[in-house]
Design a protein around this ligand. Structure first.
Ligand SMILES: [Zn+2]
Length: 414
């Protein structure tokens, strides 16, 4: 495992990453483009790209925009509706692990931007059956979410005959520099299968798990190539045309549209993932078990690249957050119908022996990415990050004191 000398990533990154002769990773190299490209020119390219999709007689929407109660959704809709002047159909996939704050954010988004929105609610038994199976086999509680939120916009594009889908940033570009901004990479079925879905499309699941039937997976099935090509469906990423900086963007969205943020135990970033009780919780712990690093490393790396944290400050934050216990295990066990001890047993089976060593029953020693990083003490940087690195928490995720998920919740007084 080789470390980037600028950020906190290693060559073990699951999306694939290379390190050049100067010891700098492909993600950091592509990040340099953010300060080199002519973003005004790139915005003009985007305006030209979307122009043919504008529905001039108002008989249909101009584009499909996937949204949630977090994750850059406000900024994406802000760019699409306010700056490009398009009329989007918003779509959202119900993740079931909803926080009241996420439901509130989504309701507020719909009202503030005055948009039409479609909700996809897959029946709870199928979702639970898939989660039970994929948790045991892949150590993933998010397969239905990753599959649902990536396919529902595409299904909607076909069903409503709206050929343009607009996404935010491309994760492969942002994290590991899989592509240059200049490649203007678009959505593909292949990337979704390989990276979002751990190599398993919906149709693969019933043959892997005999507990699953066709009816369980039918809502997660990607439209066929013929349906997509006859309509010319394409999915573009705004991050190729806008200098993507989630921290600055979220702070604008808080002041412009009252986006609500909240604090987490397992990371310092208060802006992403506030709509979900599981993402920065059990799901994030599983990432640490399987891959030897967790979301706080992604957040710290992003902040280091944007120049708001030094590498030493980032590593300090990672070590402070990554071993924190998940806060919402009870809700998940209650929803899935398992005992916490049974869940713990399943989770422990997914600890990667490259990063975890069991010294005695239930006692584990961590040897993941942050444990192997060595940063010289004389690097000269202050231990405490400057005020520009501070994240604001406007609310708490609970908003009220319930102990179960609100699995359906479409509105919130805003
Ligand atoms: Zn790097």
């Amino acid at each position: 495992m080789e470390f980037c000398k600028r950020c906190l990533y290693t060559t073990a990154h699951p999306l694939g990453l290379t390190i050049d002769e100067d010891g700098v990773c492909s993600g950091c190299r592509i990040h340099e483009e953010k300060d080199q490209l002519d973003w005004q020119e790139r915005w003009t390219r985007l305006e030209k790209l979307v122009e043919p999709y504008r529905n001039l007689n108002g008989s249909n929407y101009d584009c499909v925009v996937p949204v949630s109660g977090a994750n850059d959704s406000y900024y994406i809709v802000h760019l699409v509706k306010k700056r490009l002047g398009l009329n989007p159909l918003l779509v959202t996939y119900n993740r079931y692990f909803n926080t009241p704050l996420g439901i509130r954010n989504l309701a507020n988004l719909r009202i503030r931007f005055n948009c039409d929105i479609l909700y996809q609610n897959v029946n709870p038994e199928s979702v639970r059956r898939i989660v039970r199976s994929s948790l045991r086999r892949f150590g993933s509680m998010f397969w239905p979410i990753l599959a649902g939120q990536s396919v529902f916009p595409v299904q909607t594009a076909v069903r409503y005959r709206i050929p343009l889908i607009i996404w935010g940033a491309h994760q492969g570009l942002e994290q590991v520099g899989m592509f240059s901004h200049l490649h203007e990479v678009e959505m593909t079925r292949r990337y979704r299968k390989d990276h979002d879905l751990m190599g398993y499309e919906a149709d693969d699941l019933p043959s892997v798990f005999d507990t699953l039937k066709q009816r369980d997976i039918s809502q997660f099935r990607y439209p066929n190539d013929q349906a997509l090509s006859s309509l010319g469906v394409r999915g573009i990423y705004l991050g190729n045309f806008v200098r993507w900086d989630p921290k600055a963007q979220h702070e604008d969205m808080i002041s412009l549209y009252n986006y609500a943020s909240a604090r987490f135990e397992r990371t310092f970033d208060t802006y992403d993932h506030v709509d979900c009780f599981s993402y920065m919780d059990l799901h994030d712990q599983l990432k640490l078990f399987k891959h030897g690093y967790s979301k706080v490393t992604d957040h710290a790396t992003r902040e280091i690249r944007h120049g708001r944290l030094t590498r030493a400050q980032g590593l300090d934050l990672v070590r402070r957050h990554e071993q924190k216990a998940p806060e919402h295990v009870g809700r998940f066990c209650e929803w899935l119908g398992v005992q916490p001890t049974a869940l713990r047993f399943i989770l422990d089976q997914h600890r990667n022996p490259d990063y975890w060593h069991e010294t005695s029953p239930g006692q584990w020693v961590f040897n993941g990415w942050s444990a192997r990083q060595h940063i010289p003490h004389d690097s000269g940087a202050p231990r405490t990050p400057s005020s520009s690195a501070a994240f604001i928490a406007t609310h708490t995720r609970e908003l009220y004191a319930g102990d179960k998920y609100i699995t359906i919740g479409k509105g919130w007084p805003c």
